[in-house]
Design a protein around this ligand. Structure first.
Ligand code: FAD
Ligand code: EPU
Length: 352
């Protein structure tokens, strides 16, 4: 039985960054993606529901998982050849196509690309999690989204029971959204193919990067300078899961019609809103939560970070239901005050 390990009644507390003490009926850790069909054919695996897990940095367990938790632990980063010519894509020096196994750590991959002299992923440095999870919610930060660099996603289609390659268009990426979120449970991502340029215009106008570069004394930034600036900003703003359990932003920034954003701006001085190309506005959920009075709130060990109002934190031994109850209280409070419905960003597992 090579390529994977199976553990019954497995603890998950160290496998989710909110540090919720849940258990999986069966935990399957797979290191060889070609063994997926064999593993999925086990009667014990077929008998119950399946949950794919990377590093658990965007999930909230509200109870034990009565099925199989499949942890993707596959590794590999390959600069690929062009199918037609057989030449490496970057033989012209301009760009590279890179295939990355789902279980690789996202931040390690970003740092590897920067070290190899590729540009594009510098604004996405220090996001926790695996490469396989990156397309699920189309990870984004500091004005960039991973979708821009994803050529295709390779996945096991549990409905068709075969490997499929989904091109960029098929992935239907949106803000914290993709095909994979709209058809939950159907695809097990096994690898992601990126196309990265050697150079591109840097995005430094977003949320403090320019100021940070000035503070660093950098006049003509290269991608690695931008990455360093983002590391500084993220480290200052977001609580570290190694110190206090959290899943990053617990809510998405809500997209609302322009008329609602205009009315809210008239009624609430200082409302933070970003106009979108489609005419709608994205509101800062952190601002709404802070103004509704929840920043820094603590109920037992469940809390809202006093550093960033979008971050639900586990001060110690909060259970999944306690964390979820606080999150729902925040959603209700924001809706009562502003008439805006917040939506959780992480996958809530086991909640009805
Ligand atoms: P998990 O949490 O294990 O899973 C997340 C979802 O993806 C689940 O639905 C799971 O079933 C699914 N999934 C995972 N792997 C696969 C696979 N191989 N195939 C199919 N489905 C899969 N996100 C951002 O977008 N931007 C940020 O700036 C950001 N900052 C964060 C900061 C902190 C401190 C933390 C804790 C989280 C942050 N996040 C951010 C959220 C998180 O890092 C991302 O969502 C990340 O992609 C999750 O990776 P993971 O491997 O931990 O996925
Ligand atoms: N703000 C508050 N109170 C706070 C924190 C922020 O009012 O406690 C307001 C400020 O006005 C600030 C604005 O919110 O200017 C935006 O804050 P920030 O720059 O921290 O960004 P965000 O909108 O809160 C989003 C992403 C993050 C991503 C950052 C940086 C979502 C849901 N979150 O946060 O992603 O890292 O931008 O680009 O889109 C994640 O998804 O887990 C995540 C951390």
């Amino acid at each position: 039985m090579g390529g994977y390990t199976l553990i019954e009644n497995a603890p998950l507390a160290t496998r989710n960054t909110l540090r919720v003490d849940a258990r999986a009926q069966l935990l399957a850790e797979i290191r060889d993606a070609s063994k997926l069909p064999e593993l999925l054919d086990f009667p014990a695996v077929r008998a119950g529901p399946l949950l794919v897990l990377g590093e658990g940095s965007n999930v909230l367990f509200t109870g034990d998982f009565a099925g199989t938790v499949l942890v993707m632990a596959t590794r590999g980063v390959h600069v690929e050849a062009l199918a037609a010519s057989g030449k490496p894509v970057d033989s012209d020096g301009d760009s590279a196509r890179i295939a990355v196994a789902a279980g690789e750590r996202w931040d390690d991959f970003v740092r590897w690309t920067l070290g190899q002299g590729y540009a594009g992923l510098e604004n996405l440095i220090l996001i926790p999690g695996t490469v396989g999870a990156a397309p699920i919610q189309n990870i984004g930060a500091y004005g960039c989204e991973v979708a821009e660099f994803v050529e295709s996603v390779e996945a096991w289609d549990t409905r068709e029971r075969r490997v499929v390659t989904l091109d960029h268009t098929a992935c239907a990426f949106g803000y914290r959204d993709s095909l994979f979120k709209r058809e939950p449970g159907r695809y097990i991502v096994t690898a992601v193919r990126f196309v990265l340029p050697r150079s591109r215009p840097l995005r430094t106008d977003y949320a403090g990067i320019d100021e940070e570069l000035r503070r660093m004394g950098v006049g003509k930034p290269a991608p690695f300078h931008v990455a360093e600036a983002v590391v500084h900003l993220r480290t200052r703003k977001l609580p570290d899961p190694a110190v206090i359990g959290n899943a990053g932003s617990f809510f998405k920034n809500p997209l609302v019609e322009a008329a609602l954003a205009e009315r809210l701006a008239r009624e609430h001085a200082g409302l933070v809103a970003w106009p979108q190309p489609d005419g709608r506005s994205k509101l800062s959920a952190a601002w709404l939560i802070e103004r509704a009075g929840f920043k820094g709130l603590r109920e037992g060990d469940a809390g809202i970070s006093n550093r960033h109002a979008l971050v639900l934190v586990n001060h110690g031994k909060a259970s999944g239901p306690q964390l979820w109850a606080l999150a729902q209280r925040v959603m209700l409070g924001v809706h009562e005050k502003f008439g805006v419905q917040l939506e959780p960003e992480p996958l809530i597992i086991g909640a009805c």
